[in-house]
Design a binder for this molecule. Structure first.
Ligand SMILES: Nc1ncnc2c1ncn2[C@@H]1O[C@H](COP(=O)(O)OP(=O)(O)OP(=O)(O)O)[C@@H](O)[C@H]1O
Ligand SMILES: [Mg+2]
Length: 305
């Protein structure tokens, strides 16, 4: 106890009784805290954890805790549902190909407004209110992302959807010294054309460029199901070559997510994990316990790290 602290009143009937177990839980986390101390962990924030009010608060508390224990969290986010909701209000057509949003010029402008002006600031505010000041960035800030136009995996044109050709980590490492960086997944090419970037792609690019220790993708599903419709086929762990062979068969939003996991691990990140963001404190469970439940992608056995 510090000098300024006072001892709590003895537990009343309505207060939980503190037990040895609470301390054991803390001690169990210690080896993990030691392992992750000083490491960069990139978190792709999305799904229910970004929309459900209670999960949002818990996410912010978890990320703040990571920073407090000396881990360097970097948040990368999209904002699919919010973009869609504003598009519908403006009667703009909403289309996806292979899990990627078809983006004409108007869609990109709107996506940029919603992601940078609203979603990003909501996250920054939330983290700040949980005691860890955050700073929002887009791919344009500090020339963070240099993008070019990409097509869907099928080769179909999907408009102003960007691939990240390079990440200039200067601004991120500066910001991360004192703040939690929160990155919105938009960027521009050399000519100044803006692009909508799939947030999974952006998280992978950021993780690889920062030499992150881990990249985590929070989503609304327990992980990758080998058979999309059968949760019993959840893949707990897979390697780069196994995943590369299976990727062409994967559809929907899981496709870009797995492609991003592959890119991150091939880019030198030791592990990429898809985590069920609907489970309260899934970030902490994954990082600080043996109870990780999602899908983990690791390098091939014997591959150079
Ligand atoms: N084989 C599969 N296993 C698991 N989920 C799958 C599979 N194939 C397709 N999906 C779909 O992929 C979805 C996850 O991707 P989605 O893009 O919808 O979410 P997100 O990336 O977490 O959120 P956002 O794109 O809004 O940031 C799942 O909810 C599921 O519907
Ligand atoms: Mg997605």
């Amino acid at each position: 106890m510090s000098d300024t602290e006072t001892r709590a009143e003895p537990s009343g009937p309505e207060q939980p009784v503190r037990t040895q177990r609470d301390v054991v839980t803390l001690l169990e986390a210690l080896p993990y805290i030691r392992e992750f101390h000083g490491r960069t962990v990139v978190i792709k924030y999305g799904g229910a954890a970004m929309t459900d009010p209670a999960l949002k608060q818990e996410f912010a508390r978890d990320v703040a805790l990571l920073k407090y224990v000396g881990i360097n969290p970097v948040i990368v986010h999209g904002g699919g549902p919010e973009i869609t909701s504003y598009m519908e209000r403006l009667d703009l057509p909403v289309n996806f190909v292979d899990g990627l949003r078809v983006s004409d010029a108007e869609t990109v402008t709107l996506a940029k407004m919603v992601l940078v002006g609203k979603v990003n600031k909501d996250i920054v505010l939330l983290l700040g209110r949980h005691g860890q000041p955050a700073v929002g960035l887009s791919g344009d800030d500090g020339l963070l992302f240099r993008c070019s136009r990409r097509s869907a995996p099928s080769g179909q044109d999907i408009g102003f959807v960007g691939r990240i050709d390079s990440v200039n980590i200067g601004v991120l490492t500066h910001v991360a010294e004192d703040y939690i960086p929160v990155v919105a997944s938009v960027g521009a090419d050399e000519e100044g054309n803006s692009y909508n970037i799939n947030a999974d792609d952006a998280a992978a690019a950021v993780a690889a460029a920062l030499g992150a220790y881990k990249v985590m993708f929070l989503t609304d599903v327990a992980g990758w199901f080998r058979d999309r419709d059968d949760p019993g086929t959840l893949v707990a762990e897979t390697s780069v070559s196994e995943l590369r062979a299976a990727l062409a068969e994967v559809s929907g939003g899981m496709r870009p997510k797995l492609a991003a996991c592959l890119a991150a691990v091939e880019g030198g990140v030791p592990s990429a994990v898809i985590v069920d963001g609907r489970v309260p404190h899934s970030l902490l469970l994954e990082l600080f316990t043996n109870e990780g439940q999602g899908t983990m992608i690791v390098p091939d056995a014997g591959a150079d790290r």
